[in-house]
Design a binder for this molecule. Structure first.
Ligand code: OAD
Length: 236
């Protein structure tokens, strides 16, 4: 912990990659593990473009339910510690795989949302993209003003990441002196490849996770425990 604090204190360029684990203490379920969403639901039935085309209402019911549970959640001390770190550093990039919007609600500035945002909708016809925080949505599936059907503003399996955002994430990871990898199982690509990229560019990698992950053996420091407890100590 002491060594990690030193690295963070001395770095001017910091990049952070977060995953579902950072929101676990806010009560938002993660994807993998015994209590994970993918234990109860099949990704290919709910989180692919094919699933949506097959049964848009079913997919929307699942997203509406997730929006409902996330709406009740509050940012936790882990999210807040990252806001504090952002204030301390000249160059700070927050990259998240989360779609829950809790980094926004904690007060983080610019966030590279690699997997999109559950609080945005996108029209399949005219491609318009707009925020919608209503819970529950009044009609499923929701529609755009143009009459086209809307989809959740998230990235599904098999889809490319949002334009330009991936390149920015790569630049930030390659330029960082320290990369913090928080609450991610680091098995979903391309997000997980940011760790390899940062390592090749000689960044110090600090992992925060309650359990070991495939990258634990490759990082400079692996802090084991809940991010809501570790991050405030690391950043203070
Ligand atoms: P996962 O559910 O795969 O992993 C969550 C990680 O958080 C695990 O490694 C847990 O050990 C860890 N964790 C749980 N509670 C924690 C806590 N309090 N503090 C720190 N760590 C904790 O979630 P992601 O890695 O984010 O993609 O998953 C990546 C992507 O896979 C998601 O964005 C989603 C999913 O399928 C799509 O839907 C496209």
């Amino acid at each position: 912990m002491q060594q990690a604090r030193e690295w963070i204190k001395n770095a001017s360029k910091i990049a952070v990659l977060t995953g579902a684990g950072i929101s676990a203490e806010s009560g938002v379920p993660t994807f993998r593990g015994d209590q994970g969403l993918w234990k109860q639901y099949k990704p290919e039935e709910l989180a692919t473009p094919e699933a949506f085309l097959r049964d848009p209402r079913l997919v929307w019911e699942w997203y509406d339910w997730r929006r409902h549970s996330i709406a009740k959640a509050l940012p936790n001390p882990g999210h807040k510690a990252l806001v504090e770190l952002e204030c301390q550093k000249r160059y700070f990039t927050l990259i998240t795989q989360n779609v829950d919007g809790l980094h926004d609600r904690a007060g983080s500035g610019r966030i590279l949302k690699l997997h999109g945002d559950i609080w945005r909708l996108r029209c399949l016809d005219c491609r318009a993209d707009w925020p919608d925080r209503r819970v529950p949505l009044p009609k499923l599936p929701p529609h755009c003003r143009c009459g086209g059907m809307a989809r959740p503003g998230v990235v599904w399996f098999g889809e490319p990441l949002p334009d330009g955002m991936w390149m920015e994430a790569e630049h930030a990871a390659a330029a960082a002196e320290v990369l913090l990898v928080i609450g991610t199982s680091a098995v979903v690509y391309p997000a997980a490849s940011l760790v390899t990229l940062a390592r090749a560019a000689k960044a110090r990698i600090i992992e925060i996770n309650i359990e070991e992950t495939p990258i634990s053996g490759e990082v400079d420091c692996s802090l084991r425990g809940p991010s809501g407890e570790i991050l405030p100590k690391l950043v203070a």
